[in-house]
Design a protein around this ligand. Structure first.
Ligand SMILES: [Zn+2]
Length: 506
């Protein structure tokens, strides 16, 4: 393995060597669970999904934590704004833990739909009962929920305090950035620029010494006297600031030194600068070797796409427009993670076409080489080999700062090659362990529907076909007939075959 990544900490591309040979330790800043993940969030999480898939593909073990932020994350990332979850809980008159549970569930469902693997590279089980999960159970899967780690946060804040990096006001305990001269190294933004942002801050604490100082512990006083989630602490009843959770949970699970910390470029000037300061304050040394950041999804005019600007989509909105989540995933693969994506529906449409043509091409190649049924396809695949020359070119692209568009280009090269047809297919399907485009599943769907499964037939028709197959397997003939009639009404001829329901346009 010889990966190189752009390390924001040193502002250059650097060779990546894990602390433990063959194992990568990694922390990814996770979602704030007060709303559904949207296309902007999915861009971030799919980038890191490509990364851990690439590690897995090249034989690395992964030890990774993704957190769920369920307390202390203020609107607009400011110190004195409204807590996103507290605000939502009050406006809906629902317990804040219930709000968090609902959206943790939705994160798992949406990630699974987008074929994002769990933190350690395993399939996500989106059906787990979120309510029954405790911190140990979550940790086994690589997830960590902020409110499960209040004690750890208090402990790490105590260390920072003992080392002399804090001061207290009547409202909060702050990290004093003037005590950490390296504070601006990550963002390269002069400290005085922070004065600009602060004007938008809601209700500034008059006792705060410098605008860049940030909250470690917020007291339940003043604006926050009715904050729903609160705990006892040496600094009074209150709740943790947003940034401390990542320092506390990262070092709890991954140790005082670990390899990679990921997040969006929007985290560089505040959230990650603060995490680095906290880590140093607690341990007197740096904790993370590589800080890696994905660029944003931006609108056509170059503005960051976000929920507040209403220029992002939920996954189901993308589906309602007739797109498969894999169309979006393909879109993300075509633009490398460190380049902004100017999102447009035309761009998504282009990706949809490319993805469908990729699947169809494989189907055609397979048919032309005599695999008439899905069973024959699977048999042929088993006796084929991944072509080493292309595999190593594919890996070189991934190793080069996760060049996913370059990796996709190897697929086009393969199609033009004179290699054995099924070796070409086997190689592309092997690559799909990293792409995660569910290519094989889609090719098999084409067999089910005589080549009309994707692109030509609507998703709801494909769903009925699948339901009918299940009904037939269960010998539920009444249900199967009912679904056949439904398909005919929708304009599709139905033929029963050994491989299942086959349909064609009437
Ligand atoms: Zn974080």
């Amino acid at each position: 393995m010889s990966f190189k990544f752009y390390n924001t900490l040193n502002h250059k591309k650097e060779e990546f060597k894990p602390l433990i040979d063959g194992q990568v330790s990694m922390y990814s800043c996770g979602p704030t669970v007060y709303w559904r993940v949207h296309t902007g969030n999915l861009r971030a999480y799919s980038s890191w999904d490509f990364m851990i898939r690439a590690f897995k593909y090249t034989g690395q073990k992964i030890h990774r934590i993704i957190n769920f932020t369920d307390v202390g994350h203020m609107v607009a990332d400011e110190d004195m704004g409204d807590d996103k979850i507290d605000k939502q809980a009050k406006s809906q008159n629902i317990d804040p833990f219930e709000i968090a549970n609902t959206y943790i569930r939705s994160v798992l469902v949406d990630f699974k739909k987008f074929n994002i693997l769990g933190p350690n590279g395993e399939e996500i089980d989106e059906t787990i009962d979120v309510k029954s999960m405790d911190k140990e159970k979550w940790a086994k899967l690589g997830w960590a929920r902020a409110t499960d780690h209040i004690e750890e946060m208090i402990e790490i804040i105590k260390k920072i305090e003992e080392n002399g990096y804090t001061y207290s006001t009547s409202q909060a305990l702050y990290f004093d950035v003037s005590k950490f001269p390296e504070y601006t190294n990550l963002s390269l933004q002069p400290l005085n620029d922070k004065q600009v942002g602060v004007r938008e801050e809601v209700g500034v604490d008059p006792e705060k010494k410098h605008p860049a100082d940030f909250v470690l512990w917020m007291k339940n006083v003043g604006k926050y006297k009715d904050h729903l989630m609160h705990w006892q602490s040496p600094w009074g009843v209150g709740f943790p600031g947003w940034h401390i959770e990542c320092s506390a949970m990262g070092t709890k699970y991954l140790g005082e030194y670990f390899d990679i910390h990921t997040g969006g470029t929007d985290h560089i000037p505040v959230h990650h600068a603060n995490e680095i300061a906290q880590n140093y304050g607690a341990f007197k040394h740096h904790v993370v070797n590589f800080w890696i950041h994905n660029e944003m999804l931006v609108s056509a005019d170059g503005e960051k796409a976000s929920k507040s600007k209403k220029n992002v989509y939920l996954l189901e909105e993308i589906e309602e427009m007739g797109y498969d989540p894999m169309d979006m995933r393909y879109y993300f693969l075509t633009v490398n993670y460190h380049v902004p994506i100017r999102f447009s529906i035309e761009g998504l449409e282009g990706s949809r076409k490319s993805r469908i043509s990729l699947v169809k091409k494989i189907f055609e190649i397979a048919k032309n080489s005599g695999a008439d049924t899905s069973v024959e396809f699977s048999v042929q695949l088993k006796i084929s080999t991944v072509i080493e020359e292309y595999r190593s070119e594919f890996i070189s692209n991934l190793e080069d700062n996760l060049n996913t568009s370059g990796a996709l280009a190897v697929v086009s090269k393969l199609f033009k090659s004179t290699e054995k047809p099924f070796d070409v297919i086997a190689t592309i399907l092997d690559f799909d362990n990293v792409f995660g485009l569910r290519i094989e599943e889609n090719v098999l769907k084409l067999y089910e529907t005589e080549g009309t499964a994707i692109g030509d037939i609507p998703v709801e028709v494909a769903d009925i076909v699948r339901d009918r197959d299940t009904a037939r397997q269960n010998k539920d003939w009444a249900k199967s007939d009912e679904l056949r009639d439904q398909l005919i009404k929708m304009g599709w001829n139905v033929k029963d075959t050994q491989q299942g329901t086959q349909i064609s346009k009437i």
